[in-house]
Design a protein around this ligand. Structure first.
Ligand code: PLP
Length: 433
């Protein structure tokens, strides 16, 4: 019972801070999923974090499986990143003029990721996806896009159509405020359903600018594309003159240096980044071959801009993070091994306890679903038992393990997690069930 006294004692100060926050901030948070609405109870207010651990305002230590929703792949307050930001801040925080470090980060990103020549930095994953779609429309001269139910590409209007994770958690798959005019240009398909996409392409022949997807989905739990689906999309796009947009905001610099393109062996036409590329500061980016990027202002006519884009603090964090990953690529294998260890440990416990479940995993993305059938798309993900999920989430929290507070989110492992942490996590699952 999350309202019990023990819980209250553990999170007294967090609850008081939440009450205060609600007076001045809608729902007390600046991004909805933080509010614990899907799982009940009050959110935890964090005070500081180091490595794999969060320290909250009540002095509890939590093992963190969110890592700020993905960016902190090497753990919290990672020294090379923090030091780079501190040193940069002493020299001024924003100029609105070109700086050398933007080229340094661009050059490094382009060298790590296959199939891209140029990259434009923005301030969030939302901006990256929104701008990439505008570029795709400007480049192809077509208006419509195909997106997949349960895929999230940020909160810009075109994408808030069955948008997965936060949007679905709040039961508003189609947000009020998105006009019919905008919504009509977003065609909806089901993940891993190539035939459905082909039918949409046929019915809208010559009108589709782009197919946008999470190449490994993380916003309806972790969902892996079938080979037939993902290779089929590439082929269809090439045949029909449609651009294939990979939203690598989660997968970029997480599944490996070259992200999902490299892991799946597929060239996308435009790739979007966020999270890891900013090392924990607000950065997003979109990238493509020079021929496509040349359509972007000021080289071409497709407008896109930002007062704080390429901000020196954000660039220094991103550069320090990508430099670490580029110099120590073994991190990706280490993370995948840890994730596999966690997968096997949790699966063993749930099987022994007779708890119906499915676990999906790809690299360092993993999700536990309390349902019978394989989770391959949004509909199968939505079948998960939310009561069991709530019990699991709060049970883990009381034992000092912080999981995403929604059944539709993937966990993001960070490499500061030790095998002792993983064992504690598996033990906690055993205790709950
Ligand atoms: N695309 C994907 C796949 C995401 O997971 C997210 C955020 O979680 C976004 C885009 C939006 O990024 P941001 O929250 O930085 O705007």
């Amino acid at each position: 019972d999350i309202e019990n006294t023990e819980h209250y004692m553990l999170y007294q100060r967090s609850s008081a801070l939440f009450t205060e926050a609600k007076k001045y901030i809608p729902g007390g948070v600046n991004s909805p999923v933080r509010a614990f609405k899907a799982v009940g109870g009050d959110p935890i207010f964090v005070k500081e974090a180091k490595g794999a651990y969060l320290y909250d305002e009540d002095g509890n230590q939590l093992i963190d499986y969110i890592a700020s929703w993905g960016p902190l792949i090497l753990g919290h307050a990672h020294e090379p990143v923090i030091n780079a930001v501190i040193e940069k801040a002493k020299k001024g925080t924003s100029f609105g003029m070109p700086t050398e470090i933007e080229t340094e980060l661009a050059q490094l990103a382009v060298s790590m990721v296959p199939n891209i020549d140029k990259i434009r930095f923005v301030n969030s994953g939302t901006e990256a996806c929104m701008s990439a779609v505008r570029l795709a429309r400007g480049y192809t001269g077509k208006d419509k896009i195909i997106k997949f139910a349960g895929c999230y590409h940020g909160h810009s209007d075109s994408f808030l159509i069955q948008a997965g994770s936060g949007a679905v958690t709040f039961g508003s798959p189609n947000s009020p405020g998105v006009t019919q005019g905008t919504a009509k240009d977003t065609l909806l398909a089901n993940y891993n359903d190539l035939e459905g996409v082909k039918a949409l392409a046929e019915a809208n022949k010559g009108e589709i600018a782009a197919i946008i997807l999470e190449p490994v989905a993380g916003n309806m739990g972790c969902i892996i594309p079938t080979d037939e689906f993902i290779y089929g999309l590439r082929e269809l796009c090439t045949q029909e003159g449609i651009l294939l947009l990979f939203d690598e905001v989660m997968t970029g610099f997480r599944l490996g240096k070259g992200g999902a393109q490299e892991a799946l062996g597929i060239d996308a036409d435009i790739v979007m980044f966020g999270k890891v590329i900013g090392g924990g500061l607000p950065v997003g980016a979109f990238a493509a071959r020079a021929e496509i990027m040349s359509h972007l202002a000021p080289e071409g006519p497709v407008y896109q801009a930002g007062t704080l884009s390429g901000n020196p603090l954000a660039m220094s964090a991103g550069l320090a993070m990508l430099t670490e990953l580029n110099n120590k690529p073994e991190v990706f294998a280490s993370l995948a091994q840890k994730t596999e260890y966690l997968h096997k440990g949790i699966a063993k416990v749930l099987t022994e306890k007779g708890v119906t479940h499915q676990i999906n995993r790809y690299g360092s993305m993993i999700s536990v679903h309390f349902c019978e059938d394989p989770v391959v798309d949004f509909a199968s993900s939505a079948k998960g038992n939310n009561d069991t999920f709530k019990k699991y989430f709060h049970g883990m929290l009381e034992q000092g393990v912080y999981l995403p507070p929604s059944a539709f989110e993937s966990y993001f492992l960070n490499d500061a997690l030790s095998y002792t942490d993983l064992d504690k996590t598996i033990e906690a699952v055993k205790t709950i069930f």
